[in-house]
Design a protein around this ligand. Structure first.
Ligand SMILES: Nc1ncnc2c1ncn2[C@@H]1O[C@H](COP(=O)(O)OP(=O)(O)OP(=O)(O)O)[C@@H](O)[C@H]1O
Ligand SMILES: [Mg+2]
Length: 278
């Protein structure tokens, strides 16, 4: 077993400022967003979002269709530039201008289509664009060993051969490969957009287990889900978006199904007294 991914402070692409000075909990967060706003012309998809994402915890991002969840993760992942607001990585202000910048920080995003190549095998997919070479040749043995090691560490046990074509895998196995690939490249924050949406019951359980295992390796996980059963099964923290605003965030113990549904649909919570607004 290797330990949690190393700190890569020196490779931070654009650390431009000192530590976060506002926000009490921000010093312990791996990633903090402050007043992040994103407009698409007249549409304000994100409005002054403040969010702290701690290491070693699963944060579930929930909200209705069009609430701004995908926009938020694409902003973190460097696909969209925020219209205004700041992002802090380990307390340092950073500018993430591209997915490459996000990757250099240690942010990996697993999108719903997964971007896996069906016609390549598992090892080839794991190392696509990051191939290991030895004396100018692909080091197949090393890549295969590393693939087996990472899958073993994540207890992905249902895959028979790492030389199996990805096109022949089940949905849950494909999701596991996409997550394993993200983790292999020393990610410290793994973002997942609806990882269980297309999966059956046992495959969903398999992916939820994998998410928990990432957190137990001190990786921060930010996961979008419409399935509140999944959210309560796996999340340590909950963040609720409503019409572009982060209306509530806090430990999962502060929420139940009724309050979560209420927040998702109305943006407010009347039923519980210990609301913990963002
Ligand atoms: N590229 C874009 N150009 C213009 N408007 C956009 C763009 N992307 C998102 N929006 C708008 O921003 C808002 C938030 O969309 P977003 O995709 O982030 O929602 P979501 O919470 O992920 O919804 P869903 O649960 O349906 O995936 C919506 O009103 C959407 O129409
Ligand atoms: Mg979305």
């Amino acid at each position: 077993m290797t330990s949690a991914p190393e700190t890569r402070g020196s490779s931070t692409p654009t650390a431009v400022d000192g530590p976060v000075s506002s926000g009490a909990s921000s010093t312990s967060a791996l990633l903090s967003l402050r007043a992040v706003t994103k407009s698409f012309g007249p549409v304000q998809a994100l409005q002054h979002v403040d969010l702290d994402i701690p290491a070693g915890q699963v944060t579930a991002l929930i909200g209705d269709n069009g609430a701004g969840k995908s926009t938020l993760i694409k902003t973190i992942a460097g696909i969209y530039a925020p219209t205004s607001g700041d992002m802090y990585w380990k307390g340092e202000k950073v500018s993430v201008h591209s997915p490459r910048d996000a990757e250099a920080l240690g942010i990996a995003t697993v999108y719903q289509d997964l971007a896996l190549c069906d016609n390549l095998d598992i090892v080839e997919n794991m190392f696509l664009g990051h191939e290991t070479t030895k004396r100018g040749l692909l080091d197949e043995i090393q890549m295969e060993l590393k693939t087996k090691q990472v899958l073993g560490e994540l207890s992905v046990t249902t895959i028979k051969s790492t030389r199996q074509l990805v096109g022949s895998l089940s949905g849950g196995q494909r999701q596991s490969i996409a997550v394993a690939r993200a983790v292999m490249h020393e990610s410290q924050l793994v973002i997942m957009d609806e990882p269980t949406a297309a999966l059956g019951v046992s495959q969903t359980a398999q992916v939820l287990e994998l998410i928990k295992r990432l957190a137990s390796r001190n990786i921060a996980v930010l996961v979008i889900s419409h399935n509140l059963n999944d959210v309560f099964a796996v999340a340590d923290r909950v963040a609720v978006m409503h019409l572009g605003t982060l209306v509530s965030s806090g430990p999962v113990a502060d929420y139940n199904t009724a309050s979560a549904v209420e927040l998702i649909t109305t943006g407010e919570r009347a039923t519980l007294s210990h609301a913990n607004p963002a």
